[in-house]
Design a binder for this molecule. Sequence first.
Ligand SMILES: *Cc1c(COP(=O)(O)O)cnc(C)c1O
Length: 363
Amino acid sequence: MMSKVWNYYAGPCMLPDEVMDEAQRDFRNFANTGMGLVEISHRSAEFDKVAKDAEALLRELLNVPSNYKIIFEQGGGRGQFAAIPMNLLSENGTADYFVTGHWSRCAYKECAEKYGNAVLHECSYQDESGVWHVDYSKMTVSENSEYCYICLNETVNGIESFTLPDTKGVPLIADMSSDIMTRPIDVSKFGAIIFGLQKNVGPSGMTITIVREDLLGKARKYCPSILDWSVLSKFDSMYNTPCTFAWYMAYLNFKWIKNLGGVEELERRNIKKSKMLYDYIDSSDFYISKIAANDRSRVNCVFTLKDESLNDEFLKLSKAKGLIGLKGHKVLGGMRASIYNAMPIEGVQILVDFLKEFAASHS
Ligand SMILES: *Cc1c(COP(=O)(O)O)cnc(C)c1O
């Protein structure tokens, strides 16, 4: 047996034990069919039930109104960075991108460099003391804007937005890849929400789009059918062979979330976990968070060591103790602890204990 490790990677990331155990049982004999989970046809009655139940659970957990379609697809968050303009932006239209970090900037670039008129609004800034803030109040919505784009949780930067910009009726399109189901949201405030499974609700290999019906049917002629939301929706997300494994894993995760009390309970846990970590960081003079308290991500805790020459030693020792994946994203450096839905409070306590111990032995 391997010894227990704590996985703080940003994604793919740890999944709940119950989910992993159930998937392991089904892997060789799925729903008593005598066929394995990854061997069964997406057209079989057994898989069809999983597909439909996953959608129903998602609708229930997020309270998705009936005038929204849910699409299960491939291509990841990056695929949707292209799909969004190809589905929503007309040849002469404008899209407003409210950029708060790495991923919203990537989405802006994809649109601006390939598909049309995208306007960049910088919505995060660093104050005189180097602390980052989110501010949507100064942005404007362009005259002929066809959608406004935001990323609610910037996975790389560790910045999360808890309020939405006022888009004056223009559809708001949100990337919620790393914060979906970490807290309740009002879906009716969005034109579309996109997210990959691999941060809070499953493995990599599947992306979900929740889109208001009236936004369908506007795709550009050259939009590949496989990225056209209307086509995918018409075929109940089985226009091509879907990633059955990831779809099934999403189903198990949604079931797990429902059983523990839904996204309200997850929010309670995520507040508690992140507070524990940030409270310690704020109390120490060894570690620093450069993000304003109100704008800190509850799931990606980005921090630095005051003495960055200790970075390698920190990563080496943490790994030796079974604390894995604490290195920050390459564009930012520093450290990042991702504590998504599946991370129990115990995993955060163990991390805080390690931070204390390392600080004590290196000050
Ligand atoms: C991980 C992530 C992405 C990229 O997703 P891929 O599936 O790798 O394309 C996009 N946006 C956010 C917010 C992410 O966390």
